[in-house]
Design a protein around this ligand. Structure first.
Ligand SMILES: [Zn+2]
Length: 411
């Protein structure tokens, strides 16, 4: 057995930073042996500038929207942005003069392939990935990234809830069938990718649909876009506000949701009580009183809440950052996501870390590193393999520049 040995200016093991006098040792397949003092590590050490880290975890992406890169301009605000995604996601790109016409389905597939490769090369080892369709199933079946597929339900009315859930179960089945095939090729029963049905957002899921999703996701990891715009609370408190514009596109002149007089999260979280891990994504406009309330609710009903922040996407859409210091103060579990190419300049967790460090300069680099690695792995229930340099794990080995502006995969 031959060993791989790595050292750099700093070594982050998933918990803390070590200095350049320690060497990470893995076997030839990247399985962690140990971290040894340099004097005991022998020869053949690869030496780098920057930070060695376990592979990065992207807890929120929409790989299927990769063809929307540079399509929607920045800083439109969320509601204009959503209207653009809904109306432009199936649009055929216009070839500019002199350019050959390309089939939109091929353009879409090429952009999915390129985005998967980008994430692999920049050191992302696992992704929580949203999809309304199974367009990404083929690429994922050949990918060396681990995928938690969040099949995202859109279901505005109770009348359509059964029909919609059946439709999205069929989408989920495509991913499950792919997983069985990968598992077959690997000589196992099943690949280690996973699939769950998840609610899109509080402004797109009817009460009956929430109840059905709760029933069928017992103990699973699920996700929901949460409090990304103040209009979300207004919708539940008064039945009015900016989301009515989005509903018009779907042919509805009034809000299809009950007016509860409460904030959005206080209106929908009580539908859940089935031991799920729930990723609350964005939280850009979540007030502290709701965080305190949600923690109490989760404790009482056996839920695990994870706060996924997508800072570059928030800057792209609303030019605003989420209340990270408040979440930290309230002991929330924080993880990182890139969101999709419809609202980001790249799919890089390092760039998310860089944006967080720039906007919150008081945060310790170790804290941000932990969100990007061990916290993400643990939230996805994959910390037995990913997230830290502990003996027997195969978390990937990546090199980050010291200012988090760049990352690349070493193993
Ligand atoms: Zn999203």
């Amino acid at each position: 057995m031959s060993y791989l040995k790595f050292k750099a200016d700093h070594l982050f093991d998933g918990y803390r930073l070590w200095d350049d006098k320690h060497v990470l040792i893995t076997d030839e397949n990247g399985i962690i042996e140990n971290i040894a003092p340099i004097d005991d590590a022998g020869d053949g050490i690869q030496s780098y500038h920057g930070i060695l880290s376990p592979g990065l975890i992207n807890c929120h992406c929409h790989l299927e929207l990769s063809h929307l890169r540079n399509v929607i301009p920045p800083h439109t605000g969320l509601i204009e942005f959503l209207c653009s995604v809904v109306t432009k996601r199936e649009a055929s790109p216009n070839p500019s003069d002199g350019e050959a016409y390309e089939d939109p389905a091929i353009t879409k597939m090429n952009s999915i392939v390129a985005a998967e490769k980008e994430m692999y090369d920049n050191g992302i080892v696992a992704v929580g990935d949203i999809g309304n369709t199974a367009d990404t199933a083929d690429v994922k079946s050949k990918s060396n990234i681990r995928w938690q597929n969040f099949v995202e339900v859109l279901s505005f009315t109770d009348e359509k809830a059964d029909e919609n859930i059946e439709h999205y179960k069929k989408v989920a089945q495509v991913f499950e069938n792919q997983n069985l095939q990968i598992g077959g090729r690997a000589g196992k029963n099943q690949s280690r990718n996973r699939t769950s049905l998840v609610p899109h957002a509080p402004y797109s899921i009817s009460p009956k649909t929430f109840r059905k999703i709760n029933e069928i996701t017992k103990g699973q990891v699920i996700s929901i876009h949460n409090q990304e715009n103040p209009a979300e609370d207004e919708l539940y408190k008064t039945g009015g506000g900016g989301y009515l514009k989005l509903f018009k596109i779907f042919g509805m002149n009034t809000s299809p949701f009950p007016v509860t007089g409460k904030s959005s999260i206080r209106s929908y979280l009580p539908y859940f009580n089935n031991k799920q891990t729930i990723f609350l994504v964005h939280n850009t406009y979540m007030p502290e009183e709701d965080v305190i309330w949600a923690s109490e609710y989760a404790r009482a009903y056996g839920l695990r809440l994870v706060y996924c922040v997508c800072v570059n996407a928030n800057l792209y859409i609303e030019n605003k950052v989420p209340p990270i210091e408040m979440l930290l103060k309230n002991n929330c579990t924080i993880v990182l996501g890139t969101d999709s190419y419809s609202s980001n300049w790249q799919l890089s967790i390092a760039k998310e870390m860089e944006a967080i460090q720039k906007n919150f300069p008081k945060l310790f680099p170790e804290t941000i590193l932990q969100w990007a690695t061990l916290n993400g792995a643990s939230a996805l229930h994959w910390d037995n393999e990913f997230g830290s340099f502990e003996k027997g794990k195969k978390p990937g080995v990546i090199l980050l520049s010291s200012d988090f502006s760049d990352s690349k995969r070493l193993v």
